[in-house]
Ligand binder design. Structure first.
Ligand code: SF4
Ligand code: SF4
Length: 336
């Protein structure tokens, strides 16, 4: 049974919040994955433009300081989004990370400029950067989620470490298509596609679904946002995909997880608006097991999560993650 360390933010402590955060990492022995002069990635979500619920950068800054004190090097990372927001291309994502306060360590986009750089691992399209790094701190905001019920460490790993093509596989049953109503025939996508999957017939462009690999690079290239995809995968399939990708990302890696059950919003940090919170702040939890960690967080706010999306069974991502050997759901809480 994995240990899940818990800093209950609702209690009164003699020490400052930041000292308690240090205590949490210390008690959980989270820095033991580091070696002197080693390089580690801090996987996080910097929040979509307009969103303010993401993990407060002061905690991440503190983690970077602790890592540096151990003689290791840290950088921050995330992947580009599938949808066309302010993080769908690396340059935009880097700018937003800075704007949201993540300016104290290098921020590197894991799947390249257009989100099409990945290495296949067990069939999963994982952002290339993660194949070069074996030590990861996975920092997640635990909150409600439109299609999975909740989003925590598994979602941050599974969806968050996948390149655009992997995200498409999880969210959609088909490949991208071109909406000719908005297309200006600039041909940037046509010239970009390495696979020659975009076919031009007079004034019509079409993606050949048999040739297209679903890399989604063309979606980032298009200046008119006219390359679309269908969000047609069922919740259960998305949760299964997330669990499989999460297991594939962490295989043979040293990973320490911290979940922030703070600013418990109904939707994920990809939403650019802020809706009323569904539960009061609870605290910060940490573990070496992402499955027990998410299970512990879910158990703490099960009622509001289940009420929010009664048609979704959020436990599925945990059951699948156990099946794919990402961890185990049993846990023992150690309150610090
Ligand atoms: S058409 Fe398909 S293969 Fe070509 S860039 Fe777009 S998603 Fe990738
Ligand atoms: S990049 Fe966009 S606007 Fe330009 S040709 Fe392709 S689909 Fe049309």
């Amino acid at each position: 049974m994995a240990k899940v360390y818990f800093f209950d933010i609702r209690k009164k402590y003699k020490k400052s919040v930041m000292k308690m955060f240090d205590n949490l990492i210390d008690k959980a022995d989270g820095l033991k994955i580091l070696k002197k002069n080693s390089l580690c990635a801090i996987k996080l979500h910097v929040g979509e433009q307009g969103n303010v619920n993401y993990v407060n950068p002061v905690y991440v800054k503190r983690l970077v300081e602790l890592i540096r004190k151990k003689g290791a090097r840290a950088f921050l990372t995330d992947t580009t989004t599938l949808y066309s927001g302010n993080r769908h291309r690396a340059d935009l994502h880097i700018e937003l990370a800075k704007e949201h306060g993540f300016d104290f360590a290098p921020f590197i986009v894991a799947d390249g400029l257009y989100g099409d750089e990945y290495i296949e691992k067990n069939g999963s399209k994982i952002a290339t950067l993660f194949s070069h790094i074996d030590t990861i701190f996975c920092i997640s905001h635990f909150k409600g989620h439109l299609v999975c019920g909740f989003g925590g460490a598994l979602k941050n790993l599974g969806m968050g470490c996948a390149a655009k093509g992997g995200k498409l596989e999880m969210h959609s049953q088909s490949k991208p298509y071109i909406d000719m109503k908005k297309c200006t025939l600039c041909l940037q996508c046509f010239n970009y596609c390495l696979y020659k999957a975009i076919i031009k017939d007079k004034k019509i462009l079409k993606i050949d679904q048999n040739i297209c690999t679903g890399c989604c690079g063309c979606m980032s290239i298009c200046p008119e946002n006219s390359i679309k995809f269908s969000w047609d995968a069922a919740s259960s399939d998305i949760q299964k995909g997330i669990a499989k990708y999460a297991a594939d990302v962490i295989k043979n890696k040293k990973v320490f997880y911290i979940n922030f059950v703070i600013n418990i919003s109904p939707n994920c940090d990809c939403f650019h608006s802020n809706e009323p919170m569904i539960a009061p702040d609870i605290g910060i939890l940490a573990s070496f097991d992402p499955v027990s960690l998410d299970q512990a967080c879910y158990d703490m706010i099960k009622e509001p999560i289940d009420k929010l999306h009664p048609e979704i069974e959020p436990q599925e991502q945990i059951i699948y993650a156990e099946k794919f050997n990402a961890g185990q759901k049993g846990y023992e809480i150690k309150t610090i």
